[in-house]
Write a protein that binds this ligand. Structure first.
Ligand SMILES: Nc1ncnc2c1ncn2[C@@H]1O[C@H](COP(=O)(O)OP(=O)(O)OP(=O)(O)O)[C@@H](O)[C@H]1O
Ligand SMILES: [Mg+2]
Length: 301
């Protein structure tokens, strides 16, 4: 409440109210904020059992990048991986993609061992790796064509996904004629059109400006709710993880390991609450502060 008669006085009071609000957020930091994710509630799509990854295993300087990773990705999970630089996020994605063979442990997709890249696992990188010589629609058509889907269904799929990422008007353009955000949307459409069981994304919005990034986050969230795809998404940005996922894993380095696997308490609100409203809510700020603090505690931030 504002008290005092002069304008100067009121300003001072207002400032003290704001400061005490901020102090309350910090001093009342709850310890029960991170609720572990219950992976037994869903159907397991990808299972990682006791995964170790040692780079240069037989070389002069073997490097343990991942140790004892146990993780079940459930059908329809949007899981965000966060953690300090070098904690093994990309290494974990590369194991999930089948680009790296783990030194120990087993990866299975839909109950079958997954040992090499295949069309059931789509990958979207920070820099969209579209084929530069193919138009956007031909890029999106590529996966379905490789899968041997007939021409009629391919045409339908391509326009469905181009529509979904608002790129139907750019269908005949070449990648270099698109903006960064449009290219990234095309890369997402290409990954979706191949209809993989899971899509892995390594900081896909990391190179975009803040406005494009926010609109990409909103469209990816909408795509996820429409398609129910399973998504594994790496980000440096705690806020991005809270605005996209239903589940967040936190990794620590040396060796890379999972130290938290928590349910995103805002997941159910993401479809009908504007990010700008969520960001200023006290619960959101507390959760963000908690995760940032946990990343800092790794000693590598
Ligand atoms: N091919 C490789 N050979 C040897 N060491 C590697 C190799 N790739 C990654 N590393 C090391 O493994 C560790 C984990 O790397 P990784 O790229 O998985 O981290 P990250 O969490 O994705 O980091 P960032 O947030 O910076 O992208 C790092 O210490 C890195 O130097
Ligand atoms: Mg990385």
């Amino acid at each position: 409440m504002l008290i005092g008669s002069s304008k100067k006085f009121r300003r001072a009071d207002f400032a003290s109210v704001v400061i005490s609000e901020i102090m309350t957020v910090h001093s009342s930091a709850r310890t029960d904020i991170a609720v572990p994710y219950d992976d037994s509630a869903g159907d397991t799509l990808i299972a990682l059992n006791d995964i170790d990854l040692v780079y240069d295993l037989d070389g002069p300087q073997p490097f343990p990048a991942l140790e004892a990773i146990d993780l079940n990705l459930n059908q329809g999970d949007f899981i965000c991986a966060i953690g300090p630089s070098g904690c093994g996020k990309t290494s974990l994605l590369r194991v999930l993609a089948g680009y790296e063979r783990p030194t120990h442990g087993v990866v299975s997709v839909d109950g079958r061992p997954h040992t090499k890249p295949d069309s059931e696992v789509g990958v979207v990188f920070q820099q969209p790796n579209l084929f530069p010589w193919l138009t956007i629609e031909k890029n999106v058509n590529f996966g379905p064509r490789m899968k041997g889907i007939d021409a009629h269904e391919r045409r339908q799929r391509v326009s469905y996904f181009l529509e979904m990422v608002s790129l139907i008007d750019a269908a005949k353009k070449l990648p270099h004629q698109l903006s960064g955000g449009m290219k990234q949307r095309a890369a997402i459409a290409r990954a979706l059109a191949a209809d993989p069981k899971v899509i892995l994304m390594d900081e896909p919005f990391g190179a975009l400006d803040a406005f494009t990034r926010e609109s990409m986050q909103m469209s990816l969230h909408e795509i996820w709710t429409k398609t129910g795809k399973t998504i594994f998404f790496i980000t440096h940005d705690v806020e991005e993880a809270l605005l996209l996922s239903n589940r967040i894993i936190l990794m620590y380095p040396n060796p890379g390991r999972i130290v938290e696997d928590i349910a995103n308490p805002f997941s159910a609100m993401l479809s009908d609450t504007a990010p700008s409203d969520l960001r200023v809510s006290r619960d959101f700020i507390e959760m963000r502060e908690y995760l940032v603090r946990r990343i800092k505690e790794s000693g590598e931030y």
